[in-house]
Ligand binder design. Structure first.
Ligand code: AVJ
Length: 323
């Protein structure tokens, strides 16, 4: 489905429940039960994530925004005026807006699974930047997408923008494959601008995923609430609790939902038994030093060109070029 509003075009390549039930059943059937983190972002989850970004403990978003403000002009020099900017998981596109103001791209193509937020963001950007061609594609960018819409970008230089440290959701081997794919999407002469959370003091990391107000806990538990809403299940949310910790050996925050009792959970014809304290692993959030991420990029055939960080060295934005 394609439709054009004022100042943007919208393409829906994503079915409403596409794969949710299958992914839940497959994830809960594993010895270490797991659920894929992209399902956090229904309307409620997207709103909770926006709230997380405002939390005092969650330094990532405000730090990355500050880097975009202070170093956006330098980033723009690498992008070049009139480029085509492609963003995976555009969300509210707050950082993108700063980049668009600094770099004046000719086109902006946004890909996200959160349909309503994607369309609202596209409409707003189309309105605010009348000379910018805005193309919104509702799709799960973790699966290869047939992007016939890419043809609309013509021969412009392509830069993939992937902010927010979302790449941290992937285990390093998958992150490398993702970078390689993004590189081929950008093509020779193109580039990747990627926001990555840095390794740091464990207490600071743990606090960012265990906020005092419990918003992150609610975000995590919303995955079960969403299963109840969309898959007609009746999982008892009070029998699960949020658990997040920095796994130092693996360099990642892990989020889990812990079953507080022995119980059986019924979802779409499947029955899943939990022991007391058994967990569902819901998210990884890998942290990379600057050198580690540059090495990951090289392993994906990219060339690390520049990296910007904040004075406290909490967060990094990398520019890598495609050979
Ligand atoms: C959007 C994946 C970057 O890992 O920090 C925030 C998601 N999870 N709090 C992150 C998240 C818990 C976030 N990413």
């Amino acid at each position: 489905m394609a439709r054009t509003g004022a100042g943007y075009s919208f393409h829906d390549l994503h079915s409403a429940t596409g794969g949710f039930l299958e992914d839940v059943l497959a994830g809960l059937a594993k010895p270490q039960k797991e659920l894929p983190p992209q399902y956090f972002y229904d309307a409620r989850g997207s709103a909770l994530f926006e709230a997380i970004c405002e939390l005092p403990e969650y330094y990532l978003t405000r730090t990355e925004i500050a880097i975009m403000h202070s170093r956006g002009a330098e980033m723009a020099r690498h992008l070049g005026a009139g480029c085509a900017l492609i963003e995976f998981g555009s969300g509210s596109a707050r950082k993108t807006r700063i980049l668009i103001e600094a770099a004046a791209p000719a086109a902006y193509l946004a890909i996200d699974i959160a349909r309503d937020q994607l369309e609202a963001t596209a409409a707003q950007l189309g309105h605010d930047f009348p000379r910018l061609e805005v193309i919104a594609i509702c799709a799960d960018y973790s699966h290869p997408i047939a992007l016939s819409q890419l043809a609309a970008l013509g021969s412009r230089r392509r830069v993939i923008y992937f902010p927010g440290s979302t790449i941290g959701n992937l285990v390093p081997a998958d992150a490398r494959a993702f970078l390689r794919n993004a590189g081929s999407l950008a093509g020779a002469g193109g580039g990747l601008l990627i926001g990555v959370d840095l390794k740091k003091d464990t207490a600071r990391l743990n606090a960012a995923y265990n906020d005092a107000r419990g918003v992150t806990a609610e975000f995590n538990l919303n995955l079960l609430a969403r299963i109840n809403r969309e898959l007609g299940a009746a999982v008892d949310l009070s029998a699960f609790r949020h658990f997040a910790f920095y796994n130092e050996a693996l360099g990642r925050i892990e989020m889990h939902l812990v079953s507080t009792k022995a119980q059986a959970v019924r979802i779409g014809g499947g029955v899943f038994r939990f022991r007391t304290d058994e967990t569902i692993h819901t998210e990884n959030s890998y942290k990379y030093s600057i050198a580690e991420f540059q090495e990951l990029g090289r392993g994906a055939g990219l060339v690390p060109v520049e990296c910007w960080t904040d004075p406290e060295r909490l967060f990094a934005v990398h520019y890598l070029s495609v050979r």
